[in-house]
Design a protein around this ligand. Structure first.
Ligand code: NAD
Ligand code: DAU
Length: 351
């Protein structure tokens, strides 16, 4: 079959990547979507069951650091667009193991750039390398204001430093080689299929299994939460209509103090689990703060709304409730990812 476009998505078995893969496979039957993922602890093919048999979807198990592999995929499949999401993504893991973040996020991105540059070989017509990044590159805010695309980079954790470094490298390829790139920097995502080391699924899983909810420090840190499908829609718009060389911030205009968010989640969970009012809140336990913990993130996405017409449209309370339902209903998914058994799924399916 001849496809209108051949798009390589890296990290498509992760939380956001699997949402983007499903979104693109379903919305664009005339695009071939190739998902390259190493299937680290965070990558799970169970996230992609809904697209497994689709004729415009292909999965390749592999490492973004393997340049010959990336080049051969790009040549064989005539890839004209890259959506680069593969990364190590958890701040706490970056504090205990920064080296891995430099390998994957910095050198992995460099390898992807070099592979695409070699394969496209100066013919950049209708080509695009889209690098998906984070608002954490801008550092931490005080009580007011929001990150704009002009906010100076000031990353504070090994994770955000590695993402900032990869953003700089992507921009350097645009400036130096006219290599066609676009970057977006997004705030905290939530939704189904998020690995339960991140705050929201961790809290749900702990309450479900009778464990306390660890809140770092005093729980006063603020994050700007966006439903993952809103992010996938933004990625689709930026990929198709973003201006090469530009950066777009993506955010939810939805700031929550950690403790307020967890209190809300606990109240919903009381209802869902048939517990008496306040039972889940009593599981909140304040623990030692994250080292170098950023205080507040808030994203100004007016450039994206003004230029491309994107708005976060999902209602936070409704989507949070739906997200909680999803984790409660998908018990085996949670058990598999927490036990590591999801790796067996790949073995059984692909040998
Ligand atoms: P995730 O940890 O859920 O998934 C990462 C995926 O990348 C996994 O499937 C993993 O197997 C894959 N991967 C890791 N190393 C690889 C390698 N060397 N080769 C191939 N694949 C590899 O991450 P996520 O939360 O879905 O984040 C995806 C991207 O979006 C990341 O670049 C992250 O920095 C960015 N981002 C995340 C958020 C968020 O709230 N989660 C917000 C803004 C930006
Ligand atoms: O802002 C975008 C970023 O959001 C992404 O780039 C990252 O990949 C993603 O992991 C997320 O980073 P955070 O560090 O903000 O997310 P996390 O869910 O780890 O933590 C959210 C907040 O909750 C943060 O202030 C730390 C706090 N926290 C987290 C955990 C895991 C707790 O209080 N207790 C916890 O157990």
């Amino acid at each position: 079959m001849k496809f209108d476009r051949n798009i390589l998505i890296t990290g498509g078995a992760g939380f956001i990547g699997s949402c983007v893969v499903q979104f693109m496979v379903k919305k664009y039957p005339n695009y071939r979507i190739i998902n390259l993922d190493k299937l680290t602890y965070a990558g799970n093919l169970e996230n992609l069951v809904s697209v497994e048999g689709e004729s415009n979807y292909e999965f390749v198990k592999g490492d973004i650091l393997d340049q010959p592999l990336v080049e051969s995929i790009m040549r064989d499949k005539q890839v004209d667009g890259v959506l680069h999401l593969a990364a190590e993504s958890h701040v706490d893991r970056s504090i205990t193991n920064p080296d891995e973040f430099v390998m994957t996020n910095v050198l992995g991105t460099l390898t992807m750039l070099n592979a695409a540059k070699a394969v496209w070989n100066g013919d950049f017509d209708n080509k695009l390398f889209y690098h998906i990044s984070t608002d954490e590159v801008y550092g931490s805010l005080g009580e007011t204001g929001a990150f704009t695309e002009d906010t100076p980079y000031d990353p504070k954790s090994p994770y955000s430093a590695s993402k900032a470094s990869s953003d700089h490298m992507v921009r350097a390829y645009f400036n130096t080689y006219d290599f066609p790139i676009v970057i977006s920097n997004c705030s905290n995502n939530y939704g189904p299929f998020q690995f339960p080391e991140k705050l929201i699924p961790l809290a749900i899983n702990n309450l479900k299994t009778g464990k306390p909810i660890p809140i770092y420090g005093e729980g006063l840190n603020i994050r700007d939460w966006l439903y993952v499908e809103d992010h996938a829609r933004a990625i689709d718009m930026i990929f198709h209509n973003g201006k090469p060389g530009e950066t777009y911030n993506v955010g939810g205009h939805n700031e929550w103090k950690n403790i307020d968010l967890i209190n809300l989640l606990c109240d919903i969970m009381d209802r869902k689990l048939g517990k008496e009012d306040g039972a889940c809140r009593s599981e909140i336990t304040y623990v030692a703060d994250r080292l170098g913990h950023d205080m507040r993130y808030a994203v100004d996405s007016s450039k994206l709304s003004g230029e491309l017409g994107w708005e976060a449209k999902e209602n936070f309370r409704e989507r949070l409730e739906e997200t909680i339902d999803w984790y409660l209903e998908n018990e085996s998914w949670l058990e598999n990812v927490t036990s590591g058994d999801y790796a067996k799924y790949y073995e059984e399916k692909y040998g």
